[in-house]
Design a protein around this ligand. Structure first.
Ligand code: GDP
Ligand code: IMO
Ligand code: MG
Length: 446
């Protein structure tokens, strides 16, 4: 870890996914953390699965910021995150088992809404109902994310700070549980949950979490004034954003860069550089439209290649990820919404060995040419992608660390993507390991 900048205020970088998640955010956050003193999660919950590979050793993180893998780096869970205390404690214990010091440098915002067992029950029962009624599942991670955010915006959520006050907690829990049980039994035809086990477990976990509870917004402000660089770690991706994504096939939070401020309690003028993470192709887990999707099951096809060579299986649910070509017309929208400063293209190595590579540069929709991803999910589903075709390259890009060492066709492909989307490619990732990275312009060095 580099020391903070003590003579001036810190520089802050936001890392966001520009597709439907799983772009490789965790790997890039871990790589960038050698220039940061604090890493901040600002939305989502343990629906995220961020995989880091350090000297061949794999670690999967869900709720704890990826900065935890660097000694001495402070990790913050901001108010925009929904926290399942059972999961959080088990993730802390898992990291402690491999020798990491977690509790002394993890700060959890007292304003985070809690995910409690009835949120998980509602998430699961609602997915089952949607499937049976023919409405179609969203394909959620069934972690209770959506129901917890619903309670937050309805102003009835139990929050981390409530764990400190057993009496207050009990009153609110009784009311909230009554409402959810009414929904579970009456509408979702599922079983009701009992008050006492939920209360007892929450109180026991609250005791353990108490030393880590913090005023995260103020802590970040002080860190910033002290010259520390902060890294904001997005979860999910722009096309899963509750407002800007492929609604209703989205998650329940704002995943875009603008939420790094609201979801952490730091002002937006403090965010100096927005790094968009983009796979060299596209994947999606769960339901919803996906214009460039390919068949992943037929051996010998490109879809099968992307799925198997890219090892595209969900970290959290183990589901096979859907795969397809890079959608640069969707990326264009993500760049606008996030105000991207630069991109990191990941998993370039997965394209090694393909004879031809295609990139979607627009669509045909109801007989019209469209140059950017439409906003309506039904329109997106009706889009016929228009492709530009590139020759593939010979040889391996796996693990390369220098731009000049890339095959000429790989460089041409990246340069064309860059020109089309109008944002600079500042980094390229050529393998899962921390060191498999090509740097063109460092986000912390302007
Ligand atoms: P995240 O959710 O955005 O952090 O991404 P995930 O960790 O869910 O999925 C990305 C997967 O790709 C992980 O298994 C990473 O180890 C892996 N990965 C990241 N970058 C690269 C890369 O450049 N090449 C290859 N082959 N794998 C990568
Ligand atoms: P990371 O941070 C990929 C998807 C789910 C589902 C939709 C809603 O690893 O990129 P939810 O449980 O959030 O209500 O599910 O969002 N989803 C993700 N897909 N990567 C993720 O996180 C995701 N988190 C949620 O598959 O389609
Ligand atoms: Mg993931």
């Amino acid at each position: 870890m580099q020391q903070g900048n003590t003579s001036a205020r810190g520089r802050n970088v936001v890392v966001v996914g520009t597709q439907w998640g799983d772009e490789g955010k965790g790997k890039v956050v871990d790589w960038l953390t050698d220039h940061a003193q604090g890493v901040v999660r600002f939305q989502g919950g343990h629906n995220a699965g961020h995989t880091l590979v350090i000297k061949g050793v794999k670690t999967a993180l869900q709720l704890i910021p990826s900065g935890i893998m660097r000694e001495g780096v402070a990790c913050y869970i901001g108010n925009g995150v929904v926290v399942d205390p059972t999961h959080l404690l088990s993730e802390i214990e898992r990291l402690e088992k491999v020798g990491l010091e977690v509790r002394s440098r993890l700060y959890i915002s007292e304003s985070c809404p809690l995910i409690l067992p009835f949120h998980v029950a509602v998430d699961k029962a609602r997915e089952a109902l949607r499937e049976n009624s023919g409405a179609g599942k969203i394909g959620t991670t069934c972690k209770g994310i959506g129901p917890s955010y619903e309670d937050k915006v309805a102003r009835r959520a139990l929050r981390v700070q409530d764990l400190k006050h057993p009496e207050r907690f009990a009153v609110k829990l009784r009311e909230l549980l009554d409402m959810h049980n009414f929904m579970l039994q009456g509408y979702l035809k599922a079983e009701a949950l009992e008050f006492q086990p939920i209360f007892d477990q929450a109180m026991a976990m609250g005791e353990q979490l108490r030393p880590m509870m913090a005023d995260v917004g103020y802590a970040l402000h002080k860190a910033h004034l002290a010259g520390q660089n902060l890294l904001f770690e997005g979860a999910q991706g722009t096309l899963l954003d509750i407002d800007h994504g492929t609604y209703p096939y989205v998650t329940s939070s704002n995943c875009v860069a603008g939420n790094a401020a609201a979801g952490s309690g730091l002002g937006p003028q403090m965010l100096q550089y927005i790094l968009g993470i983009t796979k060299a192709y596209t994947t999606r887990v769960g339901s919803g439209p996906f214009p460039t999707e390919l068949d992943i099951n037929a051996e010998g096809t490109v879809g099968h290649h992307l799925s198997t060579v890219g090892q595209e299986r969900g970290t959290v649910t183990g589901r096979a990820r859907r795969c397809g070509w890079l959608d640069a017309a969707a990326l264009k929208r993500a760049i606008i919404i996030n105000g991207i400063s630069g991109l990191c293209i990941t998993k370039l190595d997965v394209l090694d060995g393909l004879k031809e590579i295609q990139v979607c540069t627009g669509y045909r929709l109801h007989g019209q040419d469209v140059d950017i991803l439409p906003l309506d999910a039904d329109d997106i589903a009706a889009c016929e992608p228009v492709y530009e075709t590139f020759p593939g390259w010979e040889g391996s890009t796996f693990g390369l660390t220098r731009w000049d060492d890339l095959p000429v066709n790989a460089r041409r492909y990246l340069e064309r993507v860059q020109a089309f989307i109008g944002a600079p490619i500042d980094m390229v990732s050529t393998g899962p390991d921390r060191d498999h990275t090509i740097l063109l312009r460092h986000p912390y060095q302007g």
